[in-house]
Design a protein around this ligand. Sequence first.
Ligand code: GTP
Length: 837
Amino acid sequence: MAEAYPGAAAPVPSPVPESKSVDAVGSSVIPIVNKLQDIFAHLGSESTINLPQVAVVGSQSSGKSSVLEALVGRDFLPRGSDICTRRPLVLQLVQCPRRADGDVGEGDEWGEFLHLPGRRFYDFSEIRKEIQAETDREAGGNKGVSDKQIRLKIFSPNVLNITLVDLPGITKVPVGDQPSDIEQRIRDIIRSYIKFETCIILAVSPANADLANSDALQLARIDDPDGSRTIGVITKLDIMDRGTDARNFLMGKVIPLKLGYVGIVNRSQEDINQNRSIKDALAHEESFFRSRPVYHGLSHCCGIPQLAKKLNQILVQHIRAILPNLKSRINSRLVAVAKEHAAYGDVAESKAGQGVKLLNILTKYCEAFSSMIEGKDELSTDELSGGARIHYIFQSIYVKSLEEVDPCDGMTDEDIRMAIQNASGPKGALFVPEVPFEILVRRQIGRLLDPSLQCAKFIYDELIKMSHQCLASELQRFPFLRKKMDEVIWNFLREGLQPAETMITHMIEMEMDYINTSHPNFIGGNKAVEIAQQQVRLSRASVSSVTLKDGKDSDKPQASEKGQKSRAVLGRSAVNGIVSDQGVQPVADSERPSSAGPAKATWGISSIFGSSENRAPARDSSPNKAYDNPVRNVEHSLSVIQLKEPPIILKPSENQTEQEAMEITITKLLLKSYYDIVRKNIEDSVPKAIMHFLVNHTKRELHNVFIRKLYRENLFEEMLREPDDIAAKRKRIRETLRVLQQANRTLEELPLEADTVEKGYNLENDPTGLPRVHGLPSSSLYASSEFGMSYNSSPSPSRSRRSAHSGEQHPQFYPNSDANGGGHHSGPGSYPIIDGL
Ligand SMILES: Nc1nc2c(ncn2[C@@H]2O[C@H](COP(=O)(O)OP(=O)(O)OP(=O)(O)O)[C@@H](O)[C@H]2O)c(=O)[nH]1
């Protein structure tokens, strides 16, 4: 039992039963925070609730450490009239698990310093000594100040995970080892903590100094100009000058603060010297306010419990801010888990039930497969899927690749020349024969087969991929069924691939089999010759201009003659005038094909050139000097001319004649034109064949195939057999769902609960079922004016109670005299002191 304080208006009954543990700062928020932590844990996230830090600032000896101690409820900080706090003390309260029986014993609460890892301080007076010793170690023994923190953790089942910071007090005149700029240094240390938006500032000002010039308020205002996180704490109300009081200040009339002020009476130095406990100090404080009529009606801003209440309110507001986000996270998780739970479904027992289930799965699978192909499935925004991938393969891979291929790819001019010479047989290259064009174009068309078959294979692979994705989560339950379904669909797809491939092969073979040179889009021989001549003329013009410049042209009559001969052949079939344009003599009339008109080229290939009439005259005109010359030469020779043995492999002579160049150009033009026609046909019809034989066929027939192969009564049991771990998983997911639903309900209730805490009520742990007021003395002596109650020095036990749910308070005066008998825990005796460590 506390010793009576001098000056107390009346003997103060014991605030709480000695054995009863009292509450630490924010303890009323603990249940809510614990619930939230549970919810976070269920979300499987690392996130926790980061509560704001609380820092005490003020001038030296203003009572900062005393306020902190009272809030924590244990004696462990060095206090005194001289400078005590010389290094920032970062005090982390850490909630540790409660014993199974719920009791808190001596060994359940301890302190640990960062600089002494692993050492637990169960004796709190030892903590104070270590703070002093550690301060001296860093800042020296002679009033020196250091910004190096001391970090202390207090472990207890009764605390909220919150950080409190005790800071050195502002001083003006350097003493001891303090440097000349001590005031600025201390201000800098303080600001390095209070500048953060998440820091609640307790600006402590002693009432026995000039409040209007408070260092604490002045400093807090710099970092919190609108006062949204500053609580003004006025200490030493008990030692104000006689005749003065802090009423106006507490009411915010002098320097207004959004969060308001709280007036405090801490232990005096004498009380500390006499080892008066915090509990006694709180009782004394209550008695003080009760005995000072000037503070009546200001109960909401008087006393440590009110300060605790204000802090609780801030914590609750902070928690409230977290709730909406948490709610939406829980909701979306709930939706996902509920979906997963539904996927596990129930176990069908009867044959009929199993049949329905199996049929259902097969039908759903086929629907999902079709939807995926048609693009009605859940549309991904990350990548192409299903049918869109098929389209991509057709257009962006297959068609694009074909279009990029040069029709003469893999075929050099020499190849073409060789083919022309071979096709001409022994007659020499009099005309461009049709045969090499056909051979070459066939060869190029044949090259379309591989990419077309590959395209079909790609689509087949895509369908296999889709089959994996269909009903993936639902079929996890039935691995045997999944395996069987995979087998069926894969076989079926393979069966679909075969006709598609055959069709593609046929289409290419058809194209190769009949070269339709009458195709309306085919360039035709005449046009090809025309273009080829233009090309040759252009290239020759550029060559001759170069040679003329060199002045060497006239020096080479042989070469010119040779050119005349080859051009003569071209001249016969080419448009009149073109050759002479090049400076070559026109051939004799007798050598001209009679029916060749000037606008009609007669290259001797009837199918290409459209008219077969041209062919005969062309043949008639074939004898020329080139054929006669060797005979003449032999007749005139007198000695035997020995011929060289022909080599085993014969290649055309190295020099390409102009006629040959022209023939090559024409052949290439024809090739390109015809190849383009075929390519377009194939580009169009290969995707159609694949869609018809493979994709759509699968879509149409899959369900029937499934039913035929898998829907057998004797297989139901086997098909729907679940692996053991699935049952366990179903159980787990059901439990997760239940927990999440619970968390969701808790979140629904939390705002109401938070509301209660914010108003200062906590219905928990009250044996009478009456609302126990946290952070606010349940004694009506402290009845809040916000509830229309006032401080009363002559308490009446007969005051009525009002429901906490309706936001009303239950005034109780002296609990021991409470007629209803519920007062053993209320009134000064049940004063909910902030303790618990
Ligand atoms: N009578 C009375 N004395 C008080 C009150 N608050 C603090 N004191 C005394 O004032 C002195 C300074 O208190 P501290 O809590 O050490 O003050 P502080 O602001 O932490 O001091 P420094 O850390 O040195 O700046 C101590 O002797 C306390 O007992 C009060 O409300 N009334």
